[in-house]
Design a protein. Structure first.
Length: 284
């Protein structure tokens, strides 16, 4: 049998507890506490995105900062672990990650979050029922209630993160790299993406918005392609064009005159120096 308790979400900000790095269990509870308890919306740049109950929009760096973890890599690995156990689903197509907690609606009854006033008697009866009735359902949030996503293809692995002007990260996937490598064959796309990240980190005032980041990438790759890129192979020289008949006759006449003037060029000398006897210079 399992039982549950109500915990205020402010527990993560309570002054009694020292600000220490989260355990994985605490990070999991943080995700549940931050999830929307009813359908809402969230603004990202100039777009307003729907947020279903049990979901939240958050960046990898925001989670890293809240959990006080030392690297974004650890955050990625933890999210992949939760996803592999059907505890969450993630989608990273908007510059932020949409995290959906599986079974949220089943285990987090929206009625318990209602702001509608109720009588003390009704509340007491409900609390008594909640705490005295054992929960015989031994399944946890990691159950088959979280269906497999209908999207057939899994999300493409992330290759690199590019920082935006507001501190969010735009995730560049393997699919993006493959598309750009085909479009810009003379460019080493991975090398240029690393150069872009270094440039954006060194020039925070010139960073782009989440919506304009891929346009920035394409412009950068276009310029590198126009300069020849780093992969361009030397083009094979075209074979000489055939001479026209008139030009061929001209060369034949020139060669014949040359032979008549200088003779065959291999009998007694090499080059174009000719010894003439003294009598050869007299007029006849």
């Amino acid at each position: 049998m399992s039982r549950w308790i109500r915990v205020q979400t402010s527990i993560f900000d309570h002054e009694v507890f020292a600000a220490e790095p989260f355990s994985e269990r605490e990070a999991w509870l943080w995700l549940i506490s931050k999830a929307a308890w009813k359908d809402t919306v969230h603004r990202i740049g100039a777009s307003v995105m729907p947020v279903p109950a049990g979901s939240l929009f958050v960046t990898i760096r925001e989670m890293q900062a809240a959990w006080k973890w030392t690297s974004t890599r650890r955050v990625h690995q933890f999210l992949e672990l939760l996803s592999s156990q059907n505890m969450i689903e993630t989608c990273s197509e908007t510059g932020k990650t949409l995290v959906t907690v599986c079974n949220y609606s089943k285990y987090q009854n929206a009625e318990t979050h209602s702001e509608t006033p109720e009588s003390a008697e009704a509340k007491q009866k409900r609390n008594t029922k909640d705490t005295s009735t054992p929960d015989t359902n031994t399944s946890s949030l990691r159950s088959d209630v979280c269906p497999e996503p209908e999207k057939s293809a899994p999300a493409s692995p992330t290759v690199i993160e590019l920082p935006t002007v507001n501190g969010d990260m735009v995730l560049i996937s393997e699919a993006d790299v493959a598309e750009w490598s085909e479009a810009f064959p003379a460019v080493n796309v991975r090398q240029q993406l690393a150069a872009m990240r270094s440039w954006l980190n060194a020039n925070p005032k010139n960073r782009k918005t989440s919506k304009g980041m891929k346009r920035f990438v394409v412009s950068w790759l276009t310029r590198d392609q126009d300069r020849g890129g780093g992969r361009q192979h030397p083009q094979a020289q075209a074979p000489p064009r055939p001479q026209s008949p008139s030009m061929q006759r001209h060369h034949d006449i020139h060669a014949r005159l040359k032979r008549e003037l200088y003779g065959e060029p291999d009998e007694q000398f090499a080059g174009q120096t000719v010894d003439l006897a003294a009598g050869d210079f007299r007029s006849h």
